[in-house]
Ligand binder design. Structure first.
Ligand code: ASP
Length: 312
């Protein structure tokens, strides 16, 4: 199949129609559509999967309602510490950053780490020094100030709890996740994955989730699949979710759908790990499994319309 396909997510969790207004839902669907369009515009012209996933994630990072880039949640210190990763299935090259606080688009920094640093994973202020050398755009803290996020943090800031994004105070537990991500297959048959997040509200001690960990929250391999995850990072790290799906395909011969079913609906559920992912296989087939109430998601196969979905 020499056709492209692309899929994205804007986080999984207890996303219920009762907790949504029609206006907000429209905004989310438009943001998802815009992000797919940004990636598909590249793929349509024969561009690469890696360019497409970066463009789609930049679009999602610039949208304030998702927990990444501009909409990143507040840490325990009232700052923002963002994580991102990107991987190229063609050559298994990867780049990741964690704990960056003033980079406008952390996914573009992850891409530069992959291509220009000679390393895979950079963190904190030193990663920002590298970004400065590369001429990436920085932003002041005001840029990342979103009223709703600030209120989420105010509710928690004097406590020891931390919270996954969007968790509603009326809900039981910590049930919503807001990370963004994209996977794509280009017309040349190459796969790529990209994921970006602000992590958890009120997080401290430099907590890092699964997003920037290659093989946990992000993975791509032309022989198998490309995966971008969202969910309770601690579980996704321990289940090595993205690489596990790839391994089930590579070593056990499972289809993408079977491998996703096994990891997301069985293994993660048994561990208590809530969340989901977007995935694409080498033939361009898309899977969007999640074990939570909902997941912001969108996808497009070449020549077909863009689909968006939020609930089960
Ligand atoms: N997986 C992310 C983390 O644990 C959170 C999310 O998906 O919203 O940092």
């Amino acid at each position: 199949m020499n056709k492209f396909s692309i899929a994205i997510h804007g986080g999984a969790g207890t996303i219920l129609p009762a907790l949504m207004t029609p206006q907000k839902e429209l905004l989310y669907r438009q943001a998802l559509t815009d992000a797919i369009a940004a990636g598909a515009a590249i793929l349509e012209k024969g561009g690469s999967a890696i360019d497409a996933v970066e463009a789609a994630v930049v679009s999602l990072e610039n949208f304030p309602l998702f927990n990444a880039g501009k909409g990143a949640v507040f840490t325990n210190k009232g700052t923002h510490e963002m994580d991102a990763a990107i991987m190229n299935g063609l050559n298994l090259e990867a780049g990741a950053v964690s704990g960056v606080s003033s980079i406008q688009n952390p996914i573009s920094l992850a891409r530069l780490v992959m291509e220009k640093s000679g390393h895979v994973f950079l963190s904190g202020t030193e990663a920002e020094k590298f970004a400065k050398l590369q001429g990436l755009p920085f932003q002041l803290p005001e840029y990342f100030y979103i009223e709703e996020r600030y209120k989420q943090w105010q509710d928690l800031k004097d406590s020891d709890s931390y919270q996954l994004d969007h968790t509603d105070k009326t809900e039981q537990g910590e049930k919503k996740f807001g990370t963004v991500g994209a996977v794509a297959r280009d017309v040349h048959g190459n796969l790529a994955a990209a994921t970006s997040t602000g992590g958890m509200t009120n997080k401290k001690f430099g907590r890092i989730g699964d997003t920037p960990i290659i093989g946990s929250g992000t993975y791509a391999n032309n022989n198998t699949c490309a995966i971008s995850c969202t969910g309770h990072g601690e579980y996704f790290i321990r289940a090595v979710v993205a690489y596990d799906i790839s391994c089930l395909m590579e070593y056990k011969g499972l289809s993408l759908a079977e491998a996703c079913q096994m990891v997301v609906q069985d293994k993660l559920v048994k561990m208590g790990g809530e969340g989901g992912l977007v995935a694409i296989d080498k033939h361009g087939n898309i899977e969007l499994p999640f074990n939570s109430e909902g997941m912001y998601r969108a996808w497009q196969y070449a020549g077909e319309s863009i689909f968006t979905a939020i609930y089960k």
